[in-house]
Design a protein around this ligand. Structure first.
Ligand code: SF4
Length: 320
């Protein structure tokens, strides 16, 4: 049986909220504070159940599509972005749109628009059906091919192999994306790369941090929701980096006590849409069962902040 004195909890840093999520959540809070309830939000503002439930209790109304929003009301677009067709529909329904799209998602939209205007075919590495991918693709639906799997990379056809570029979803596994890109490069010799990585700083930093601690861990717990791409990727990265096991948990209630039997070292991290309170609850749970306070493994310091949407900050710039 493992002795309590041998046990360790390694806490990844950075983890949790990124600047884009912070901004999106503050956007809804500010809209509620200034305009009162209800504030409609198209799709989950960020992919985290706790955050969505909390905002719902405070008066946010989450809808799947704009036809569920009364004409003339205010609607917030989520951090994952929307296609131009959604913006047009909002105008047609006379909605006041507040755009909480993460600026790093907007950057990829702008790349799509620019390359499409220059006559390129765009190979968008990402998960088919994910909201971000649908929004990005909507910038130039005739020009974008989604590359979700190795089979997609093997099968995709383009009109002109001399004018083809790859771009990506912001929240992918860096290593898996490069595997897919190498596969595409084998097929299209003149494949161009994005001017800078589309996988955002927060996704990359959280993966580097979990890679650092995973080789020492019998178990890595990743706090995050199942529909959160970057959280799911952290579980995969932990296993690939050498953790014996890894589980995605929405909250502490999802921990199966049997996971903790006969192990020495637990790694703990959280996805970019996860509030720190959910990590603290896991630490408390472990402490109640004799695990020590965590050692933080710091692989980067983050200072990125994004100002709130201008429509919400008429007089003062708000830092998030
Ligand atoms: Fe923006 Fe990256 Fe956060 Fe997504 S994970 S909201 S792209 S900073």
């Amino acid at each position: 049986m493992t002795q309590a004195t041998e046990r360790r909890v390694l806490l990844a840093a950075p983890r949790g909220f990124c600047a884009g999520v912070d901004r999106a959540v503050l956007t809804v809070e500010k809209a509620l504070a200034t305009q009162g309830s209800p504030v409609y939000v198209r799709k989950e503002i960020v992919h985290n159940k706790y955050v969505v439930d909390d905002l719902s209790r405070r008066g946010a109304v989450f809808v799947d599509e704009l036809d569920e929003v009364p004409e003339g009301a205010t609607v917030v677009f989520s951090a994952h972005g929307v296609s131009p067709a959604v913006r047009t529909e909002a105008d047609e329904r006379k909605l006041t749109a507040v755009d909480a799209t993460c600026p790093l998602v907007t950057k990829v939209h702008q790349e799509v628009t620019r390359y499409a205007a220059d006559g390129y075919q765009i190979l968008l590495v990402g998960h088919r059906g994910h909201e971000e991918v649908e929004g990005t693709m909507g910038e130039a639906p005739d020009r974008v091919h989604v590359i979700d799997t190795a089979e997609d990379a093997a099968a995709v056809e383009v009109d002109d192999p001399h004018k083809v570029v790859w771009l990506s979803q912001t929240t992918l596994s860096v290593d898996e994306t490069m595997e897919r890109v190498e596969q595409l490069q084998d097929r299209f010799e003149q494949l161009e790369s994005p001017p800078s990585s589309d996988i955002c700083y927060a996704t990359q930093n959280r993966q580097v941090a979990v890679k650092q601690l995973a080789p020492e861990c019998d178990l890595v717990l990743v706090v995050g929701s199942r529909n959160s791409s970057n959280s799911v990727r952290l579980v995969e990265v932990a296993i690939q980096a050498g953790a014996t096991s890894s589980h995605l948990i929405d909250t502490v209630a999802d921990i199966d006590p049997a996971w903790l039997d006969d192990i020495d070292t637990i790694g703990l991290t959280s996805g970019a849409s996860v509030p720190e309170i959910l990590v603290s609850q896991v630490i408390e749970y472990l402490a109640e069962r004799g695990w020590p306070q965590p050692e933080e493994i710091v692989t980067a310091r983050e200072h990125q902040v994004f100002a709130l949407p201008r429509s919400l900050t008429r007089k003062t710039a708000v830092e998030v």
